[in-house]
Ligand binder design. Structure first.
Ligand SMILES: Cc1ncc(COP(=O)(O)O)c(C=O)c1O
Length: 376
């Protein structure tokens, strides 16, 4: 008889992941009874607890109820989805937009729909797991290139004769905070007749004075070879994801994406909150505040082993799993919640602390964290 208690191989103590049942209270987070300042959230503008955003979501619950009840292809296709897709596409400068249940669903469904076993996918080695899994699911031949190494990517493209080629990259990299050169990727796509998928989950709402992200900043919005993906669960403070592209590409995805067709539609309350968050982002003040906080952090952390990043994601490289766990524990003792990130999320020997800054952190909060980091 199968022994289910031994189904999974045992993980070492430092490799085990723990779900901590942590409770967020604005800037704070309660973890195992201890109240800590939260530097571990992707809520980069603090909009997930913004009163106007929450009021919009509450009012949508009053009018529409909680869940959407079915897939968009059945009865879950509320008009607000279409309205928000039009608004989001116009803001980002693309012809069309498709909203999905989450970033994981968006990327897995997108690559599965775009590619098949005859397609070749060229993927940055540090791409998010959702892109890695989407590529696997598609059955495409995958070529991984060293992180941000465009020479290797070009060599791979030069040697390749496939009819359909897709370059896939995070925009702002989730565990490193550095950024893809979107213009260079588009140049390569033009030279080697490929298309480009950029996942700017961490750039949207944080990069550029208008928060339009890396693609907008590079002036490439709406480029015919480009599809942009991102999430509503980070700077927009809500949940869900978007895909942006040409009208014909988005229509093709609607016909083929299994994670759209076979998954319950986003609830209206979640969309209403995201829509209000977008209004706030367009006013600009929150992004300005986030950029000031990033500048302040960078000015005062010289001498620490920070990875090169100009974004809200500021990782400190430590090395072993134990070093990262010990550092995270010391920060907890000092009152700060900063996660230790370990393999397989990052490469072996590159365990790190991942600090995320938010527009709603106060100077004294960041200053306190910086002092604790120097003390480490
Ligand atoms: C770059 C990137 N893409 C996609 C996702 C997945 O998005 P979601 O959390 O909405 O599933 C994440 C993280 O959550 C991410 O960092």
């Amino acid at each position: 008889m199968v022994d289910t208690s031994n189904w999974f191989d045992a993980l070492s103590e430092t490799r085990q992941r723990k779900l901590l049942a942590s409770q967020r209270e604005g800037l704070w987070i309660k973890v195992q009874g201890q109240k800590l300042l939260n530097f571990a959230s992707n809520d980069y503008l603090g909009l997930s607890t913004n009163p106007q955003v929450c009021a919009a979501a509450k009012s949508a619950i009053d009018s529409h109820g909680l869940g959407s009840g079915a897939s968009r292809l059945v009865s879950g296709d509320d008009p607000l989805l279409h309205e928000f897709e039009r608004e989001f596409a116009a803001w980002k400068g693309f012809e069309a937009c498709l909203m999905l249940g989450s970033g994981m669903l968006a990327n897995m469904g997108l690559l599965q729909a775009l590619a098949d076993r005859h397609t070749h996918i060229f993927s940055d080695k540090l791409n998010h797991a959702s892109l890695v899994d989407g590529a696997r699911l598609s059955g495409a031949k995958v070529h991984r290139y060293s992180h941000l190494d465009l020479n290797i990517l070009e060599t791979q493209l030069q040697k390749n004769t496939a009819a359909k080629r897709i370059i896939v990259s995070d925009g702002v990299f989730s565990m490193d905070g550095d950024a893809a050169d979107v213009q260079a990727l588009i140049d390569l796509a033009e030279n080697y007749d490929a298309i480009v998928v950029i996942d700017d989950a961490h750039g949207t709402g944080t990069v550029g004075v208008d928060g339009k992200g890396l693609v907008g900043q590079a002036g490439l919005a709406g480029h015919v070879r480009l599809l942009e993906v991102g999430t509503l669960g980070k700077a927009l403070g809500s949940y869900g994801a978007y895909i942006l592209g040409s009208a014909s590409m988005i229509e093709g995805l609607k016909q083929r994406m299994r994670t759209l067709i076979y998954s319950t539609a986003l609830p209206v309350c979640v969309l209403a909150g995201a829509k209000q968050a977008l209004n706030i982002i367009q006013q600009g003040d929150f992004i300005k505040k986030l950029h000031h906080n990033i500048e302040f952090f960078l000015e005062n952390t010289q001498g620490l082993r920070l990875l090169p990043s100009q974004t809200a994601i500021q990782p400190i490289l430590l090395g072993s799993d134990k070093q990262a766990l010990d550092a995270a524990q010391k920060l907890r003792e000092a009152g700060f919640f900063v996660p230790a990130i370990r393999p397989p999320t990052v490469p072996q020997g590159q365990s790190r602390l991942r600090i995320t800054l938010s527009a709603v952190h106060h100077k004294q909060d960041i200053d306190g964290l910086i002092k604790a980091l120097h003390a480490l």
